[in-house]
Design a protein around this ligand. Structure first.
Ligand SMILES: NC(=O)c1ccc[n+]([C@@H]2O[C@H](COP(=O)([O-])OP(=O)(O)OC[C@H]3O[C@@H](n4cnc5c(N)ncnc54)[C@H](OP(=O)(O)O)[C@@H]3O)[C@@H](O)[C@H]2O)c1
Length: 314
């Protein structure tokens, strides 16, 4: 009996060892080895003339628009504010590419997509970056979020409906030409516990799952569909003003993330963010409760500080 248990123990340990080695290798390959060795399968020059970026006048979206313009793509910028769109289009034209701007509010569910479809129809689109997204102004309990029903509806339209409809509009042309890259920006919130940003995190989990199954469906048509799951990036949305190793500038983040296109279908896009997500998963492996408790405490602290600032400013 003892020797039987010993053998079971040995086999289990070997299986866990192989699993950990596999995870570690995939992690290092996606985030360090493949980008360092430039093992990308993407031929950017042959994809098509235009790249479309939603939420492209600030932060991560603006950085994608600039990086893709540097690669020679003409850029369609889509955001709300016409002034910001014009300013960014002017900046981008210094890369000697054409630009087109579309001013829409992605919290609107229906009519905007007829307008977007009409404007994009004549263009040969090689890259679509579904970047637009909104989050809470501060972490809050699901039932206590101010004006909750309207806020959740807007968030779902902006984070989920936009990604689904933009793919529906742009992908037929890519399928017809048998090439194209779609990059959907989710968040590390989709991978780890994220209480008190619950609807945001759930919306990003949709983007992750949608992207994975879509990638499987359309790989036969030559499409590369990637989902990135960034941690903190120094932007208006994160309210982080100065960049750091853990919260890079949008430009640094996008430079790193673009190196993973064609290498990894699902990635944080930035090595320190992969470390963060692995650290949380490591804690979850020891105790899911401990991981949830630690993140809940962090969220409660951020909420407390935000509410204090609101009280002080009133
Ligand atoms: N920053 C982070 O730490 C972080 C981490 C993980 C994931 N992400 C994800 O990355 C994406 C980009 O975030 P970011 O931090 O770069 O945001 P950001 O700096 O706030 O920029 C948001 C962009 O989207 C546009 N926009 C916002 N709401 C819009 C709406 N309703 N309709 C149309 N355009 C809209 C904004 O321009 P206008 O105001 O002119 O419309 C702006 O160009 C989001 O999907 C976010 O969830 C960010």
């Amino acid at each position: 009996m003892d020797s039987f248990l010993y053998k079971i123990g040995l086999v289990s340990t070997a299986i866990i060892g192989v699993k950990i080695f596999g995870m570690l290798f995939n992690f290092l390959y996606d985030t360090l080895i493949a980008p360092a060795l430039h093992l990308q399968k993407i031929d950017w020059d042959s994809l098509g003339k235009w790249a479309v970026v939603t939420g492209s006048t600030d932060g991560i979206g603006k950085a994608y628009a600039e990086s893709l313009a540097k690669k020679g793509f003409n850029i369609v910028l889509i955001s709300r504010s016409e002034n910001k769109l014009e300013a960014v289009a002017n900046e981008i034209r210094r890369y000697k590419v054409e630009t087109k701007t579309i001013s829409v509010d992605f919290t609107e569910p229906d009519s905007i997509y007829h307008e977007i479809d009409k404007q994009l129809a004549p263009l040969e689109i090689g890259v679509l970056v579904n970047n637009v997204g909104m989050s809470y102004s501060y972490p809050e309990y699901f039932l206590d979020t101010p004006d909750a029903m309207a806020f959740y509806k807007n968030l779902i339209n902006c984070n989920i409906v936009s990604v689904t409809n933009m793919c529906k509009i742009v992908m037929p042309g890519m399928v017809e030409r048998k090439c194209g890259v779609v990059i959907n920006i989710a968040s590390v919130a989709a991978l780890i516990p994220n209480p008190m940003l619950t609807v945001y995190a759930a919306s990003k989990a949709y983007v992750l799952k949608f992207s994975a199954d879509l990638a499987t469906e359309y790989s036969k048509d030559g499409l590369v569909i990637q989902c990135t799951t960034p941690g903190y990036v120094a932007t208006n949305l994160s309210k982080i003003r100065s960049s750091s190793w853990m919260a890079p500038s949008p430009t640094t983040y996008v430079e790193n993330a673009l190196k993973t296109v064609g290498v990894s279908e699902s990635t944080t896009g930035y090595f320190p963010h992969s470390l963060l997500s692995s650290a949380v998963h490591g804690i979850e492996n020891v105790s899911v409760r401990l991981a949830r408790w630690l993140i809940t405490r962090t969220m409660q602290n951020i909420r407390g500080r935000a509410l204090k600032r609101v009280t002080q400013s009133n």
